[in-house]
Design a binder for this molecule. Sequence first.
Ligand SMILES: [Zn+2]
Ligand SMILES: [Zn+2]
Length: 379
Amino acid sequence: MPQRHRRLTMTKSKPKTPRRRGGDPNAPTWEMWKDMVPYQSFIVTDKDNVQHKFAKGDVASILPFARTWDDKKELVQHDFWIGKIREIKAKVDEDETNEVWVDVQWYYSGSNVGDVIKSFDVSACGKYERVKSDHHDFVSSEAFNDVETLLKLNERNPYQEYIRDDVFYQRHTFEVQARKVKFEQPQPGSNTCTCNKPYSPDDKTTLMHFCPRPSCRKWYHSTCLLRAKSKERRVASWEMRLLVSSPDSDDTLVLEELVTSPPKKRQRRRPSSDDAISISPRMSLNDALELIPDDVLRIAQQPIVKGHSYKGGGIVGNVNAVACARKMVYDALSGTDLPDDWRDVLTEVGKKELSDAIVKLEDRRTIPAFICPQCEGAI
Ligand SMILES: [Zn+2]
Ligand SMILES: [Zn+2]
């Protein structure tokens, strides 16, 4: 039977008793829960009279244990507990007042996981990072703060979406009963350097380089690359070496061959377009590259880097922009037009500036000419 779309309205007030992760003492039992009335969403009105609507499936910030709304000024966004709304139900009393309870699946902070698993490396968990758990509780609607964005971080994905450093994200799952933290990618640790130490997004000294080739797709600490002497003398053509590290092919790309390849994919460009390029198979590589917009080429020739000292990169660095820009260059050289919305592609529709994809480090360190320890491609 289709569920009716009902909505509840209530006023947020101080919780009567502190909530515990193990379950609010006032929470309904499973028996009571079965008899309660389901709803699709609820609205709470905060002290400033602002209404917040929460719906099934939303990820929400929730007032942490032993805190009251009077403490809100002292709380920063990442102090809140994070949970996903599985179900909403209400006890409707005879006087028609509602007591709304929400079945919440918890996303643990690093320190919450560390409380359960002593061996978990809490320092490698960012302050906005959450670990998806299989633990859920009934939580009073009075504890709900706001709807939040929670993005997935997959460190093997060269097209990983951008994550600002003030947005919640998740890369691991946590099986609370089994006390096991799992990577959501295959082979735990396989994507993190020769040292197998995980990426630590908030560590000010961490800087990592990515090899995007399909059989590598691995991040390396710059300190580990230096120690292993995985670098070459920086030469004038280093940008061209970076450009041929393809996110979609393990083959060594020869850009000259792309330009002179049979013109089966070649299309005519609209002559009126600002960015119109028309690369013909008779062109030299240099002439063909000159026809590609400077911004696209410059981004395609960046090393793929992430880390706290590269502010423009947020949590994930410039991986998506560089991978997309390299693909655009290969396509353009092979005769396929740049997409009209290439700026939107490279900025993920305004999530960041084009210039954020250019690696600039806070301490103005220059980046050595690192090579991938596995394939020896430029990284
Ligand atoms: Zn390392
Ligand atoms: Zn590699």
